[in-house]
Design a protein around this ligand. Structure first.
Ligand SMILES: O=P(O)(O)O[C@H]1O[C@H](CO)[C@@H](O)[C@H]1O
Ligand SMILES: O=c1cc[nH]c(=O)[nH]1
Length: 233
C-alpha cells in the first residue's frame, strides 16, 4: 500500500497503461483484459490488473495535469516496481495536417511547467520517450494500418492556454498539446525506467472540432490497442 494506491505488493504489473481518466481505465480493463482485478479505488482513481494475450498488464488512472499524474507515477515506480509506463491520453492538435482521432506518439515533450525547470536551474533538460517503446508502438500502429504520427508535443499546466504560444510552438513543429507526458518522461529518467506517451486527438485547436466526453472515456480503441500490442511485443 502506498499513500494514494491501496494495492498489495505484487498486485500491479511491471507494464502499465496510464490514462488520465479513471473511467477510461475501467473501460480498458472491462473491454480488453482477462482475469481482471480492481486493485485501487482510493479517490476514485481506479486501477486494474489483468492479462492481454497472456501478458500481465495493469491500467491506472492518473488524473489531469502533472501534479496529479506525478503522484501516481512516482508511487507506481517506487512502491510497486513499474518498469514500462505508457500514458494513453487525449490531446488538442495544433497542426493542420493532424486530424481529429489521429494517434500520436510523443517522441518528446516540451513543457511550460516549472516542475522540471526548478530541478535544473539554467538547463533545458529534454523530456524524451523510450526509443524501444517508441519503435514497438510505431510498428504496432503501422501493422494496424494507422497513419501514426511521431513528434514533439507540449505538456502544459493549463488546459485553457493562451493561443499565441501554441501558434509559436506549432511553427516549431509541435504536433499537439496535452498535460502529462513531460512529467512522465522526467520521472522515468529520474528512476531509470521506460516510458512512452500515446495520444488520440480529441480536439482540434485550429478548427474547433471536438469529440464528446463519452468518446473521450471509451472509444479511442486504436490507441489502446497500439499500447497493449506494445507491452505484449
Ligand atoms: O485524456 P487525458 O489522459 O486525461 O489527457 C488530456 O485530457 C485532460 C484534459 O481534458 C488532460 O489530462 C490532458 O492531458
Ligand atoms: O490538454 C488537452 C487535452 C485535450 N485537448 C486539449 O485541447 N488539451
Amino acid at each position: 500500500m502506498s499513500v494514494h494506491i491501496e494495492a498489495k505488493p505484487g498486485e500491479i504489473a511491471e507494464s502499465i497503461l496510464l490514462p488520465g481518466d479513471p473511467l477510461r481505465a475501467k473501460y480498458i480493463a472491462e473491454t480488453f483484459l482477462e482475469d481482471v482485478v480492481c486493485y485501487n479505488q482510493v479517490r476514485g482513481m481506479l486501477g486494474y490488473t489483468g492479462t492481454y494475450k497472456g501478458n500481465r498488464v495493469s491500467v491506472q488512472g492518473t488524473g489531469m495535469g502533472m501534479p496529479s499524474a506525478s503522484i501516481y507515477i512516482h508511487e507506481l515506480i517506487n512502491d510497486y516496481g513499474a518498469k514500462n509506463l505508457i500514458r494513453i491520453g487525449t490531446c488538442g492538435a495544433i497542426q493542420k495536417d493532424v486530424k481529429i482521432r489521429d494517434v500520436i506518439i510523443a517522441q518528446a515533450a516540451a513543457t511550460d511547467s516549472a516542475i522540471i525547470r526548478n530541478d535544473f536551474p539554467g538547463y533545458d533538460f529534454p523530456q524524451i520517450g523510450d526509443f524501444g517503446l517508441i519503435k514497438k508502438a510505431y510498428e504496432a500502429g503501422t501493422d494496424k494500418g494507422l497513419n501514426i504520427r511521431v513528434g514533439n508535443v507540449l505538456s502544459s499546466d493549463r488546459f485553457y492556454s493562451k493561443k499565441n504560444m501554441l501558434t509559436e510552438l506549432a511553427a516549431h513543429g509541435v504536433l499537439a498539446v496535452e498535460m502529462e507526458a513531460a512529467g512522465l518522461y522526467y520521472l522515468a529518467a529520474q528512476f531509470g525506467v521506460s516510458a512512452l506517451t500515446l495520444l488520440t486527438v480529441s480536439d482540434h485547436i485550429l478548427t474547433g472540432e471536438q469529440t464528446s466526453s463519452e468518446e473521450r472515456q471509451t472509444t479511442f480503441n486504436d490507441m489502446i490497442e497500439v499500447a497493449l500490442a506494445t507491452v505484449a511485443k
